[in-house]
Design a binder for this molecule. Sequence first.
Ligand SMILES: NC(=O)c1ccc[n+]([C@@H]2O[C@H](COP(=O)([O-])OP(=O)(O)OC[C@H]3O[C@@H](n4cnc5c(N)ncnc54)[C@H](O)[C@@H]3O)[C@@H](O)[C@H]2O)c1
Ligand SMILES: O=P(O)(O)OC[C@@H](O)[C@@H](O)[C@H](O)[C@H](O)CO
Length: 381
Amino acid sequence: MKAVHFGAGNIGRGFIGLLLSQAGYEVCFVDVNEAFVSQLKERGEYPVTLASEGQETVIVKKVTALSSVTHAEEVAAAIAEADLVTTAVGVSILKHIAGVVAEGIKRRVAVSDKPLHVIACENAIGGSAQLKELVYAQLDDTARAKADASVAFPNAAVDRIVPLQQHEDILKVVVEPFYEWVVDASQMLPGYTPVEGVHYVENLEPYIERKLFTVNTGHCSAAYLGFLRGYETIQQAMADENLTALVREVLEETGAVLVQKHGFDSAEHSKYIDKILERFRNPALTDEVSRVGRSPIRKLSPNDRLVSPALQAYDRGLSYKALTRSMAGALLFQAADDPEAVELQAAVAELGVEAALTKYTGLAADHAVHQSVMAEYAALK
Ligand SMILES: NC(=O)c1ccc[n+]([C@@H]2O[C@H](COP(=O)([O-])OP(=O)(O)OC[C@H]3O[C@@H](n4cnc5c(N)ncnc54)[C@H](O)[C@@H]3O)[C@@H](O)[C@H]2O)c1
Ligand SMILES: O=P(O)(O)OC[C@@H](O)[C@@H](O)[C@H](O)[C@H](O)CO
């Protein structure tokens, strides 16, 4: 079985490539990073170390790689023959890979009706659906009709903390032991062969919302509040009891929404929160605040980890104050090498914080959530 995986970065190598390889796939990574591509191609394997007491290392074998810049032709050919296509490039990069995915699908459906699943493993609601829209925009009616019958884009939720890597071996990746990959079974093609290690569910929404609005909401809250207190890593931030209490407050707000909306057991959900906070603290990992807080404009967007649960809490008459504190923290986040952080700070300086908040969150200035962010912003500043 062959898989083409876009993004040989942290989660690509440390989770998706590893799991697919263990499930029996030969994985062809596609990346723009020439160093990753040439090393993966040359060595055909790379090490993944679990950040736990034993520090067990697994060698992921039978891998290769192609450059999406210089090998577009080969990438399309690989997609035409693959059993599975996955991505972990960042949701805002999906538009850049859609062209070559469309080209691969065009070639494939012209000669075969062999089923293909394309799964975006990004931190977003409906990542695969977004990729499908971008790909379909580049197919003609005939190819689209054929793709409707043999190509599916099931949405997914992926969870494993993989920090930035700094090792002599550029392919080595250290990951937390925990992982979860959940795929929407209702969007799979009939008679599909499950990938071992993937959890297939009929309704993905409770899973993706629980993951994004707990792991990622809590994580970015720790990053933004940690940044304001001068911490460089999430581990340092989580050692600050007062900060951890603020993060827990955020997760109690999202938890109330999740329990009410999806019927999760309240006691079980509290344990889930405890486990997530424990994962953030993992002393065997060093996770930079700059990584976890990266792309604040994406994180402040209406369907992402802060605004969506805050609006859902507002609609249900639940508390959203702590969530708006985290949004205010995002508005104060600075990172010179993060283009979104730079753009956000420039917008705040140019338009004023009130208008910048509306621009990126879609919240009208007279909305109660907007007003709460403004109050928290004044308090944090
Ligand atoms: N790291 C984590 O803990 C984690 C966990 C779950 C989900 N995610 C999600 O996975 C995605 C990737 O995150 P990451 O932490 O691995 O980031 P990363 O920056 O380590 O990896 C992204 C990779 O995509 C490559 N890339 C960029 N543009 C490309 C293109 N046009 N074609 C092919 N490759 C391209 C980059 O070179 C890089 O190697 C994000 O959506 C993130 O939210 C990350
Ligand atoms: O990848 P982002 O920028 O959406 O979010 C940063 C982290 O919260 C994220 O990468 C987590 O480590 C990951 O989602 C854990 O499963």
